[in-house]
Write a protein that binds this ligand. Structure first.
Ligand code: GDG
Length: 731
């Protein structure tokens, strides 16, 4: 039985030592609840740091024993590791850069080294229990290297990764000195999940620009593995928040709050102390409200909870001092004998109090400068069982993508936030109900269990997709079968790609001309009357005419733009245009200017940028940049960008080897279809053919083809053998 192993920096448990005895209290946080159904089952496990500072070995054993009873498995950290890996690299490099505060980042080598070694420590803990068929789910930015480290030792294991904080744009991510190592290891996962599509998009752009990898839509091809990048907006346990509001203690606290703030509207904010939360800007907006609209004096209260966090780090301490100062200013300027404008608490509260606040507050103001998701906004919505109340939500929070019925604000625009508070305080009951109802539906449907389910289902699908994309190497047994099928057939069609399939890859495309051996193989194949041989290539038709015009072959050139049936004239697909070249050519030229060794090849209906002569690494980097630049131009012009072997080709979407090959197939009934090809463009052909066609990918086992061979030499050998079988057929 395969098992599921969850790994996060922190275990979902609070441990305290009371009179020398360790007491465990399981976390009720959303993630712990959602994953509870997984890690508590059978042999499944959750691995993480128990949150304790340094313990003696004896005490570690005691804690491990207790944790193992509830399927938790601890990784203990030393004080140095806590300082360098956790406070250091995680919170002073990754956190600020990923939250768009790059100036707060401290790129200390010692932080990085500790980050690497702690990720190794987690890997050891995983490998102690993980086996090849298991499913591993790694969580968050403290463990970005873990997927790659596990993959290196368990190549076939299933690994999911989910990042709870934003993934920044390439321009920010590239600032990190160890960016390539980070991405490389993240790509050890099979499925990379983020809260929003923008995060996923940023990851794809960073990965394809920094590493020599290609992506097609949201799939990255790396080391012969396909990795899917997708957004999975995390939900909450909405039922739990609804039920909390029905508890007696919560009802009593809510009544107490209403009595205390009688005649006042309550604006609630709840955050951890962090510069990404926009606390100062929010205070300024509230101050503006009191200053510009004095009619709200004694009418509205800002109830602000800040949960203490990292306040030994200078930036956090400064932020805390600044909050104290501004709150002090507002309160001293505007307070009256019976009213205090800002009720500020720098501590955390029990969940009953939190629930009562969510239930009572007329407005919940959530205005982070950047937030992966932000669960407070969803918890407020889930707690509004009366379907009233107004949510003001920053567009920079992941939640804004789902809670579109909130009043959405740019948290940097203080006037907009101030106006949003006025709008919220004056929103008619019917409008409140209408918006809240819609948001409650979203929060209810996309709850935490749904999130876990769709993530796990997708991870499973990705693994299956990877397996189905694994073409089989042709071994002695399959070779015999294929040859038998060949000899038994009486009407065969054989599609052969040229570069990379029949000839090796050459630095100069002109040098890859056919040699004697190849001519002899083609002559033998074509001399069998049962065979129709089609040369199908991206090359120009005049080149192919020069090389193969004298043979009894059909030729498809330029991926299908041109076709020539045996002993007939060349024909072009009708209705194609190439006006688009005026837009694309100048872009390619800038890349030729910037990339020594690269060149443009112009074909009738396509343009190709070749980088086979460009230094290793630079070519791939530029190719990725070029593809993202071209996306804007090609999207609305019906063009397709084809990354091939050291070439990026741009052509009309109607031009496609698969379509072109099918037009020939449709003209006759064949009982044996064989196709050999090596690159991306040949995949169209493999996919278009019936499932019993013998499709063979050259050079890679990741393909829609059924089989693969290592290189053009093996391909020639295979064809030579087939050609010999002809005498047997014709007899
Ligand atoms: C990361 C990402 C993403 C707050 N004050 C108290 C209290 N809380 C609870 C809330 C809520 C949680 O803390 C905070 O929610 P966040 O969404 O900010 O989550 P984090 O774990 O801090 O952050 C974030 C999240 O991961 C999930 O992927 O949304 O963007 O930064 O659940 O209720 N709980 C109690 N007392 C408090 O005073 N009991």
């Amino acid at each position: 039985m395969s098992r599921t192993i969850i790994i996060s920096n922190r275990l979902p448990v609070k441990i305290s030592e009371v009179n020398g005895v360790f007491e465990l209290k399981q976390s009720e946080g959303g993630l712990a609840t959602g994953l509870g159904s997984i890690y508590r089952q059978g042999d499944n496990m959750w691995i993480g740091w128990p949150g304790l500072e340094v313990l003696s070995e004896e005490k570690q054993a005691e804690v491990s024993e207790k944790l193992s009873e509830i399927n938790l498995n601890p990784v203990f950290l030393s004080q140095d590791e806590i300082n360098l890996y956790y406070e250091g690299f995680s919170n002073e490099v990754l956190w600020p850069v990923f939250h768009y505060h790059p100036t707060y980042a401290k790129y200390e080598q010692s932080y990085w080294e500790s980050y690497v070694s702690v990720n190794h420590k987690f890997k050891e803990a995983v490998l102690k229990i993980a086996e090849p068929g298991d499913v591993i789910w790694v969580h968050d930015y403290q463990l970005l290297l873990l997927p790659g480290l596990i993959r290196a030792e368990q190549p076939d294991i299933t690994i999911g990764f989910f990042q709870h904080i934003p993934f920044p744009s390439y321009e920010l991510f590239r600032l990190i000195p160890w960016r390539a190592e980070i991405l490389e290891n993240m790509l050890g996962a099979d499925l990379l999940g983020f809260h929003t599509f923008d995060d996923a998009r940023h990851f794809l752009s960073a990965a394809t620009r920094i590493l020599p990898v290609h992506s097609s839509a949201n799939v990255v091809n790396h080391n012969d593995r396909q990795i899917v990048i997708e957004s999975f907006p995390m939900g909450i346990d909405n039922k739990r928040f609804e039920e909390l509001t029905q508890r007696e203690e919560v009802k009593e606290t809510a009544t107490m709050l209403r009595t205390t703030f009688k005649g006042c509207r309550l604006v609630l904010t709840i955050d951890r102390l962090d510069y990404s939360k926009g606390v100062l800007q929010r205070l300024h907006a509230f101050e503006m409200l009191l200053q510009k609209n004095p009619e709200y004096i004694e009418q509205v209260v800002l109830y602000m909870i800040i949960v203490p966090s990292r306040d030994t780090v200078p930036q956090y301490k400064e932020l805390r001092d600044e909050i104290d100062k501004i709150v002090g200013n507002i309160n001293s300027c505007y307070r009256t004998l019976k009213w205090l404008p800002v009720h500020y608490y720098y501590r955390s509260f029990p969940e009953d109090m939190l629930s009562a606040l969510y239930y009572t507050a007329d407005v919940c103001l959530v205005s982070p400068m950047r937030d992966g998701m932000n669960l407070v906004s969803k918890e407020y919505v889930a707690s509004r069982t009366n379907e009233n109340g107004v949510l003001i939500l920053s567009e920079m929070a992941g939640a804004a993508k789902e809670l579109v019925d909130a009043i959405i604000v740019n948290p940097n625009n203080i006037i907009e936030v101030y106006k949003a508070i006025i709008q919220a305080l004056n929103m008619p009951a019917e409008e409140q109900r209408c918006r809240m109802k819609a948001m409650r539906e979203v929060v209810s449907k996309f709850n935490i269990r749904h999130w876990v389910k769709i993530y796990m289902d997708r991870l499973n699908e990705v693994k299956q997709m990877q397996q189905s994309m694994q073409a089989k190497r042709i071994g002695p047994q399959s070779l015999t079968n294929l040859e038998q099928q060949y000899t038994a057939a009486s009407k065969r069609m054989i599609f052969l790609d040229y570069d990379g399939t029949l000839v090796g890859f050459q630095i100069n495309p002109e040098q890859a001309s056919p040699d004697e051996e190849l001519y002899s193989i083609l002559e033998q194949l074509t001399s069998d009357p049962a065979n129709a041989v089609v040369l199908i290539s991206g090359r120009k038709h005049d080149t192919l005419e020069n090389w193969f015009g004298h043979l009894p072959l059909d030729i498809i050139a330029e991926h299908g733009v041109w076709q020539k049936r045996r002993e007939q004239e060349w024909l072009q697909i009708p209705g194609l245009s190439n006006y688009w070249k005026n837009d694309v050519q100048p872009v390619l030229e800038t890349y030729v200017d910037r990339t020594p060794g690269s060149f443009i090849e112009e074909k009738t209906y396509s343009l190709a940028w070749h980088y086979r002569k460009v230094g290793e690494g630079l070519g791939e980097l530029r190719a990725n940049e070029l593809m993202s630049d071209l996306r804007f131009i090609t999207a609305d012009q019906g063009l397709q960008i084809l990354p091939g072997n050291k070439v990026i080709e741009i052509k009309n979407v109607e031009v496609n080897k698969g379509k072109a090959a099918l037009t020939l197939l449709d003209q006759c009934d064949y009982d044996y279809i064989l196709a050999l090809g090596d690159d991306h463009t040949d995949e169209d052909m493999f996919k278009a053919f019936p499932s019993d066609a013998v499709t063979i990918k050259i050079g890679s086992h990741i393909s829609a083809a059924r089989y693969y061979l290592r290189d053009h030499r093996e391909a020639r050998h295979f064809l030579k053998n087939l050609a010999l079988k002809k005498s047997y057929v014709s007899e």
